[in-house]
Design a protein around this ligand. Structure first.
Ligand code: GLN
Length: 313
């Protein structure tokens, strides 16, 4: 192992040790605790640089569901299918000050479209908009994209997590948006797509591989294949920095300064353009439904190597 990699590894091991010593303070959603495969004491981190080198530390063997990190997939596919002019007829571009499954902003602005594609309503609308004859075809396209991004061609979703995702709040978001004309399809052609994509399971290294593609302008750092077009990657990064951490996105931009997307499994994908992809995981969530350990580790990594995209150094 090269000197530089050793140095990175020893810093990552140090921050994992610090997290392991801290008392667990957050909440884990019940259904995740019951059916997710992950060890709920797990804390892990993986860095993949755009030259393809990966350094990982902590409990990196386990798999966990992507949850809302998967919202990047139907957005990317809808943008590549239809172009941004069409896509933004169906979703807004504004950050939210509300919880991720909120209905309130759509109701307050009469018949308004979802605020952005990173909240549940926007992601459900994107699952409706992306091309695919039925739910199975759409899920196949999402899995193909997720497999290319992570480098694991066997990647799939966890059946038990998928079943547990079927909850009334997201059902109501589907019907509300269909009522207002933002979804054209049938329930069974759209909602299984949303639920199955949130249940896709990855390892931490697969998550940092995915982050590295975003950091590397849409090109896989291992195969050299252009997986997502450059203009779509630009849009993804903009949404990650403005909306990726829900109503904590502003303080995350100030304190960490890295385009990122969180999921309620406690995972976060983060991409430093032209440099590095990062995956972090720690199941306890704060009041914004973001990983407590994940944010703390990302802050330490950002500070240590001055990775904030807003840094003047
Ligand atoms: N399964 C979750 C839901 O749709 C995903 C949300 C999240 O990760 N924030 O409610």
């Amino acid at each position: 192992m090269k000197e530089m990699q050793k140095e990175i590894l020893s810093y990552l091991e140090k921050i994992i040790e610090e997290e392991k010593r801290l008392a667990r303070k957050g909440e884990i959603p019940d259904y995740i605790e019951e059916v997710d495969n992950n060890d709920h004491g797990a804390v892990t981190v993986s860095l993949t640089s755009i030259d393809g080198t990966t350094v990982r530390a902590g409990d990196y063997e386990g798999r966990f569901s992507l949850q809302s990190i998967s919202k990047l997939f139907p957005l990317a596919l809808a943008l590549m299918d239809h172009g941004s002019e069409e896509v933004f007829k169906y979703t807004g571009k504004a950050p939210t000050g509300n919880v991720y499954h909120s209905l309130i902003q759509m109701e307050m602005q009469e018949r308004e479209k979802p605020l952005n594609p990173m909240v549940n309503s926007g992601a459900i609308v994107m699952c409706g908009l992306m091309k695919g004859e039925n739910a199975d075809k759409k899920v196949d396209r999402i899995l193909a994209l997720a497999r290319d991004l992570t480098g694991n061609q066997e990647l799939t979703y966890n059946e038990k997590v998928y079943e547990a995702e079927d909850q009334d709040l997201n059902r109501s978001l589907f019907y509300y948006n269909r009522h207002n004309g933002y979804i054209k399809g049938e329930f069974e052609d759209v909602m299984p797509v949303y639920w199955k994509m949130t249940a896709i399971e990855v390892t931490i290294e697969e998550l940092s591989n995915m982050a590295a593609v975003i950091a590397n302008h849409g090109v896989c750092v291992h195969s050299g294949k252009q997986i997502i077009t450059k203009d779509v990657v630009t849009t993804l990064k903009a949404f990650m920095i403005t909306c990726g951490m829900y109503d904590e996105s502003g303080s995350f931009a100030l304190e960490v300064g890295i385009p990122a997307k969180s999921g309620v499994s406690g995972s976060i994908v983060a991409a430093i353009p032209g440099k590095l992809g990062i995956g972090v995981m720690g199941p306890d969530l704060n009041k914004y439904s973001n990983s407590i350990a994940g944010i703390r580790m990302l802050k330490k990594i950002s500070d240590k190597w001055k990775l904030s995209i807003f840094s003047e150094d």
